[in-house]
Design a protein around this ligand. Structure first.
Ligand SMILES: *Cc1c(COP(=O)(O)O)cnc(C)c1O
Length: 348
């Protein structure tokens, strides 16, 4: 029996030994009073990395995105977002349920972008019959589009268009550091156009819990109250922030290894006649192979059979599989995964 290789998501990453050590030693205070020195330090680092004035440590990316919308939009306002975006698909409808926000979805193009023209067309003219357009949300890397990277130039164009129309831009940068590494640029460059940005500490960066919302002072001040309202004001949160500091300090460079392994895995899968790549080869740490139509295995069955061989993958469509590389997945795990894939396919 193989060791378990869990490729379902980079959210399964365990904290590094250095993180556990930092958590043990963390200096703590009451963060609702703003007195946890470790949280404050993480927030300072995060704001600096994103090129924003301030930052707020939140429990999850979902909470960060929700707070960003609530802090900058009124009930009845419209937020323009991708129809494959995390906020639209995977955040339990929170912006509508809790914020009274009207989502205006536009088709995500295969490269993760929203067409500039479509955004332009979607912006309301200020007619009393219509809701007020208030914000555009972009996602980088784009999860559902295959972990694809949005270029700095594209992001800047959206920023300019939004500003011309008095719209805010929120960047869901859950994996912004993956995008920065893939583009050999900084997260700050990629967030420059956005009023607010969230990024996750708990995915490829391997911290156990937490995301950070960054923006200008006024927004973060509102965000702090909203976090309390949502029940996300926590006390000695420095035990978690300590891991986040190590994540920011130490874990960004290794994302390049995850990307290399994702490419390696995709290249090997590509050579199998039973596997197709409908949505392209990986740009970051996500691999989306599909089982060819002539193979009598749907994605769910394929995933189940792989799990019996010790390899966990996600089934994200009728035929499509998701495999995500991350801290803890080594070169030999890629080889073991290929062996398991070949074995399952040979018995199909
Ligand atoms: C994971 C993720 C989030 C936030 O997820 P949480 O599980 O709430 O931390 C937000 N956006 C994208 C694109 C994500 O992949």
């Amino acid at each position: 029996m193989l060791n378990l290789i869990d490729l379902r998501s980079d959210t399964v990453t365990q904290p590094t030994p250095e993180m556990r050590e930092a958590m043990y030693r963390a200096e703590l205070g009451d963060d609702v009073y703003g007195e946890d020195p470790t949280v404050n330090r993480l927030q300072g680092m995060a704001a600096e990395r994103m090129g924003k004035e301030e930052a707020l440590f939140v429990s999850s990316g979902t909470m960060g995105n929700l707070i960003a919308v609530l802090a900058q939009c009124q009930r009845g306002d419209e937020v323009i977002m991708g129809d494959l975006g995390h906020t639209f698909l995977f955040e339990a409808g929170g912006i509508s349920a809790l914020g009274g926000i009207f989502p205006h979805t536009l088709p995500n193009q295969p490269d993760g972008t929203l067409s500039l023209n479509a955004i332009h067309q979607a912006i309301r003219p200020g007619d009393v019959h219509q809701p007020v357009s208030r914000m555009v949300i972009l996602e980088n890397t784009h999860n559902r589009c295959g972990g694809v990277v949005l270029s700095r130039d594209y992001c800047e164009s959206v920023g300019i268009l939004a500003r011309e129309n008095a719209l805010k831009v929120h960047l869901d940068g859950a994996r912004l550091f993956n995008a920065a590494v893939a583009l050999s640029t900084s997260a700050k460059e990629l967030a420059a156009f956005a009023d607010t940005v969230t990024f996750c500490l708990s995915k490829g960066l391997s911290a156990p819990v937490g995301s950070v919302l960054c923006g200008e002072h006024d927004v973060i001040e509102k965000a702090r109250r909203l976090r309390k309202m949502l029940g996300g004001g926590t006390r000695q949160a420095g035990v978690l922030a300590a891991a986040g500091i190590v994540a920011l300090d130490k874990m960004v460079p290794q994302l390049a290894d995850d990307h290399r392994r994702a490419k390696d895995l995709a290249n090997q899968l590509c050579e199998l006649p039973e596997i197709e790549f409908e949505i392209g080869m990986p740009q970051t740490n996500m691999v989306f192979p599909s089982v060819a139509k002539n193979v009598p295995l749907d994605a769910a069955t394929f995933a189940k059979k792989l799990a019996q061989k010790g390899v966990k993958v996600g089934a994200v469509g009728e035929r499509r599989i998701r495999m995500v590389t991350h801290y803890g997945i080594e070169d030999e795990d890629i080889n073991a995964t290929m062996a398991a894939v070949k074995e399952v396919l040979s018995r199909a």
